[in-house]
Write a protein that binds this ligand. Structure first.
Ligand SMILES: Nc1ncnc2c1ncn2[C@@H]1O[C@H](COP(=O)(O)OP(=O)(O)OP(=O)(O)O)[C@@H](O)[C@H]1O
Ligand SMILES: [Mg+2]
Length: 270
């Protein structure tokens, strides 16, 4: 593992309460987390525990009820091109083609310094990377859920962001595409040295990709239950890891947390 010492994202004493018809609902409480530059952090926890809520706060799409969030020594006061988000529900513009959805992001970040031909080349390259060249001229309504998710991933990667915020980006994909894109993501992150915060439900995915796995307790008032450092050398090979006792140990630690110590999620939220 590389030495990760520089604080990049700092989350201090964050609480998020929502106003609902039944009164105030405390989704997150006492969240403290520091992410180093170039670090890959996975957020894992049961459905409804507040993973998307936390990611939205880092994205600057919402503001916390209490506490502060800092990125690169500046208070996170809103969204910015240095923090690209891949949303859980892909959120593409339905009247634009796949190409146009990505081009819009590329244009926003690079149009001041690059020609139209360069912007187009960037868009083509990133669409090709996620295997969508043939679908470039289709609109979101004409492609599958997994393909929509890939457009969202392409859009985020195209911005070459310092921070990538991914909300279950591979959730809708079949196992083979998922594995291919996980490997692509590792390659890109290695090349760009991006800092990544990724929400996932998938234990194997979390262990394969992360430097640390942040495990959240069940809500209401969810918080960070435990943080597991994943000290596996990189580059990581999924086939070799499948037999590594160290890998299996990490996997078991996360499964224990989720299904033994944070079990009965339905009963709690019923
Ligand atoms: N705008 C909102 N108003 C009221 N309650 C909300 C709002 N957003 C989220 N919540 C509640 O906060 C809790 C956390 O929601 P969140 O979407 O962050 O969960 P999650 O961990 O991302 O779940 P999943 O894995 O299913 O995506 C849930 O109980 C949810 O109902
Ligand atoms: Mg979510």
């Amino acid at each position: 593992m590389t030495s990760l010492t520089t604080k990049y994202i700092e989350i201090q004493g964050v609480e998020q309460t929502f106003k609902t018809k039944k009164g105030a609902f405390c989704a997150l409480k006492s969240i403290n987390l520091t992410v180093a530059k170039g670090e890959f952090v996975a957020l894992i926890g049961h459905s409804g525990c507040g993973k998307s809520t936390l990611l939205n706060l880092i994205a600057g799409l919402t503001t916390p009820t209490q506490g502060s969030l800092i990125c690169a020594n500046r208070e996170i006061a809103g969204p910015g091109p240095e923090r690209a988000v891949v949303f859980q529900n892909h959120s593409l513009l339905p009247w634009l083609t796949c190409f146009e959805n990505v081009y819009l992001a590329v244009e926003r970040v690079f149009s001041a310094t690059e020609s139209k031909a360069q912007l187009k080349a960037r868009t083509d390259a990133v669409l090709s990377m996620v295997g969508l060249t043939a679908a470039a001229q289709k609109r979101p309504g004409e492609i599958s859920g997994g393909m929509k998710q890939r457009v969202g991933i392409a859009r985020a990667l195209s911005m070459e962001p310092k921070v990538l915020l991914l909300d279950e980006p591979f959730g809708a994909l079949d196992a083979l595409t998922r594995a291919k894109l996980q490997d692509e993501l590792l390659g890109i992150v290695h090349k760009t040295q991006s800092t990544v915060v990724m929400v996932t439900h998938d234990v194997e995915e979390a262990v394969l990709l992360s430097d640390r796995i942040v495990m959240m307790t069940n809500g209401p008032s969810a918080t960070i239950g435990e943080i597991l450092g994943i000290d596996l050398p990189r580059p990581r090979n999924r086939v070799e890891l499948a037999e590594s006792t160290q890998y299996l140990g990490y996997r078991k630690a996360v499964i224990d947390f989720l299904y033994t110590r944070q079990a009965h999620v339905e009963k709690l939220s019923a």
